[in-house]
Design a protein around this ligand. Structure first.
Ligand SMILES: [Zn+2]
Length: 436
């Protein structure tokens, strides 16, 4: 296995050629680099790359698309190559603020190689059956996992368009080795499994694509009786490239690690105020450079997500890949200020799901005469009444107060009261007059 220095040398070589090619072939980057005074020949280290090459983010993509609709100048080169293009949009129905991302067919093959790490670490073998519960749409999530799984050699059942109950019926019929879903949706499927034992062929659950606490992931592993392997990626990167290994998700006292697939994607975890890479165990903003997408480059993209950084030594598996702490990834925008206190959604998640009989929840923030009111609708797994109901109410309120220091009003909802979406759970509703 390559060591850290060898990987860094590979990354530097790829970064140098990426910047050089983009300077010649890609009008979007050519202008960006010219404005910032970046010359490819001057990048002699990864530190120099980070210091000199400017970051890009959503407003740059949206402006580029407005200049040369619908794709933008950054994809003009790829569109002339005469190869298939795989186009994804981010969410946003009107097209306003919606980003378009793309990769070529040959690049998508390499995306498949990146996914192979995840499936291999999860103990899957070519020929195993995978139930892919994400719908195939223009979103990146779904189609990328599909290609990744096919590339690795899995037998993919694409059941994303069926209702949850139909998915479960099909699962019991085909008995797949793996189920792939966004994390909250795995909980939705779990609620429909019934009491019959699961099929013995099931090896693992493949989760991710949304922030979840370790407690919820542990609960999934326990309920399904198999380990959970978590993922992180983005439409911008065009793949998932951070995965937990066989050492697992860890537990709240010692969270596990999601390894970045360093030879393919350069991950920086940066303090945006100083621009420096954060130290071991510190939190920073994620900046992504795809090292293999040379025709549709993504160079130093700020995704808008934050996480706790760990070097390779953090994980006992010994792999030379750096990464971030499991369940530490969050969007800065998602941290809620409630009653003057910054509340981390994962902490709320952990506190609520620590009660085993909770199926789903929804937090509603309102204000009365300028004061915040935080109400949590907690949906129980089984119908509750009387003392049981009061007991759950108290337990959740106490857990939340312990974890966040804030009093939440708890309303216990009967099973079915909360609509669990087919994609990602909508767990926060902010109706305050002035959100801060
Ligand atoms: Zn590991």
């Amino acid at each position: 296995m390559a060591d850290v220095d060898t990987i860094k040398a590979i990354q530097l070589k790829k970064v140098q050629s990426l910047v050089l090619r983009a300077s010649y072939e890609n009008e979007f980057y050519r202008r960006l680099f010219a404005d910032a005074g970046v010359a490819a020949a001057e990048i002699s280290s990864l530190e120099e790359f980070a210091a000199r090459v400017p970051t890009i983010s959503k407003p740059d993509f949206v402006a580029d698309q407005a200049t040369d609709p619908p794709f933008g100048r950054r994809f003009a080169h790829a569109r002339e190559l005469g190869v298939p293009l795989f186009v994804n949009t981010t969410s946003g129905t009107s097209g306003q603020g919606q980003e378009i991302h793309m990769q070529t067919g040959p690049e998508l093959q390499v995306t498949g190689e990146v996914y192979s790490y995840w499936f291999r670490w999860a103990g899957l073998e070519p020929g195993n059956q995978l139930f892919l519960t994400l719908p195939i749409t223009m979103f990146a999530g779904g189609v990328l996992e599909y290609h990744g799984a096919v590339c690795y050699g899995l037998t993919v059942h694409s059941v994303g368009n069926y209702e949850a109950s139909r998915k479960v019926t099909l699962m019991r019929r085909f008995e797949p080795e793996a189920v792939l879903a966004n994390t909250s949706y795995m909980g939705r499927l779990e609620s429909l499994l019934g009491s019959e034992p699961l099929w013995p062929q099931l090896k693992c659950l493949l989760t991710g694509a949304e922030g979840a606490g370790i407690v919820f992931l542990q609960r999934l592993a326990e309920a399904w009786g198999v380990p959970v392997f978590d993922r992180y990626g983005s439409a911008q990167a065009g793949n998932d490239h951070l995965f937990t290994c066989e050492m697992g998700i860890g537990d709240p006292s010692r969270p596990g690690m999601m390894h970045n697939i360093d030879p393919y994607v350069l991950l920086e975890v940066v303090d945006p105020d100083t621009g420096r890479h954060v130290n071991e165990g510190e939190e920073g903003e994620l900046i992504i450079t795809s090292l293999y997408r040379t025709d549709t480059p993504l160079i130093r993209c700020r995704i808008g997500d934050w996480a706790v950084y760990h070097g390779p030594d953090y994980c006992t598996c010994g792999r030379p890949f750096m990464g971030v702490e499991t369940a530490s990834i969050f969007r800065r925008d998602d941290v809620k200020k409630i009653k003057g206190v910054g509340v981390w959604p994962q902490a709320v998640n952990d506190a609520i799901f620590a009660a085993a009989d909770v199926a789903e929840y929804q937090v509603t923030l309102t204000s009365e005469q300028g004061a915040d009111i935080a109400t949590v609708g907690v949906m129980s797994k089984l119908p509750l009444q009387g003392e049981e109901l009061v007991h759950l109410q108290r337990r959740v309120a106490d857990n939340l107060r312990d974890k966040t220091g804030i009093n939440f009003e708890i309303i216990i909802l009967q099973p079915g009261a909360l609509d669990v979406g087919e994609l990602k759970a909508k767990r926060w509703i902010d109706q305050r007059a002035h959100t801060v």
